[in-house]
Design a protein around this ligand. Structure first.
Ligand SMILES: Nc1ncnc2c1ncn2[C@@H]1O[C@H](COP(=O)(O)OP(=O)(O)OP(=O)(O)O)[C@@H](O)[C@H]1O
Length: 257
């Protein structure tokens, strides 16, 4: 694997003084999609907020291209190359599509790349963002992350409330972002869609990582995913053995306390 663009070691994140995420260690490689899965309330958004500086990191280290960022203000993390596509799908509704992109643009950011990726936005450059459809707004949010010329993009539940066709279209875009050399970290409610575009996956339960391994190992295995999300009796030895044999990189699976 290439040297990680984003590297977390022993990270703990609080919400309103309450410990939510604990001891998370993971890497995200440039040019790859790293998937974070877990049930509602597992701590996925809290982890993303911790990485972006919107929730306090109480322990551990977060490195972006080798530089520690866990103590930096959110805007400094953004400047260092961290893009964050939040669940809230925020745009400046009264600004045009183009103005929305310009306010997020960094010196190295390129609007043409966004318009090429999203011809829908190209056609609506002069339209106020508030008039865009849900899918187009999500494209604009992704576009805003892209014009900041990021090394890493965190994407939190971009499919929320969107039609399946639009979600598939956006998943294709995620692959294209990785193709540009960006390290993408993807949280997604539709686990199988995420596992299709991802290379590595980490499953969170009760704020801790209970599985880390190749996406291929969990793809299509609803039973195993369900057990990882919610706990339960261990799978039969033969099932576990087969899955482990298929893995081409290290897999770890553990139970939270
Ligand atoms: N601002 C907050 N103050 C206190 N507790 C919070 C706050 N935000 C989230 N939590 C709690 O932290 C835990 C993790 O929430 P989080 O949103 O990170 O989970 P998630 O895995 O992203 O869930 P979902 O898939 O539903 O978005 C939950 O128990 C939640 O109630």
């Amino acid at each position: 694997m290439a040297a990680p663009a984003l590297s977390l070691e022993g990270v703990a994140v609080n919400r309103a003084e309450v410990p939510v995420v604990h001891d998370v260690t993971l890497d995200a490689a440039p040019g790859a999609v790293t998937v974070i899965l877990g049930a509602n309330g597992a701590g996925k958004t809290t982890l993303m907020d911790g990485i972006a500086g919107l929730a306090p990191v109480k322990a551990g280290s977060i490195r972006l291209d080798g530089t520690a960022i866990e103590k930096l203000a959110p805007y400094k993390r953004a400047r260092a190359g961290l893009g964050y596509v939040e669940q809230a799908r925020t745009t400046f509704r009264t600004l045009t599509v183009e103005q929305n992109l310009i306010v997020s643009q960094s010196r190295d950011g390129d609007l043409d790349t966004v318009y090429k990726l999203f011809p829908e936005l190209d056609k609506r450059r002069s339209l106020q963002a508030g008039y865009l459809s849900g899918g187009e707004q999500q494209m604009l949010v992704l576009g805003r992350a892209l014009v900041s010329a990021p090394k890493v993009v965190l994407i939190d539940e971009m499919s929320l409330g969107l039609a399946p066709l639009v979600v598939r279209r956006l998943m294709g875009t995620v692959t294209e972002l990785a193709g540009m050399g960006i390290a993408v970290v993807l949280i997604e409610q539709f686990a199988n869609l995420a596992l299709d575009v991802g290379t590595h996956v980490h499953v969170l339960r009760k704020g801790g990582v209970v599985f880390s391994g190749p996406c291929a190992e969990l793809r299509g295995d609803e039973q195993r995913l369900h057990r990882l999300y919610f706990g339960g009796p261990p799978l039969s030895a033969s099932t576990t053995d087969t899955a482990s044999d298929a893995a081409d990189t290290a897999t770890t699976e553990s139970e939270p306390e």
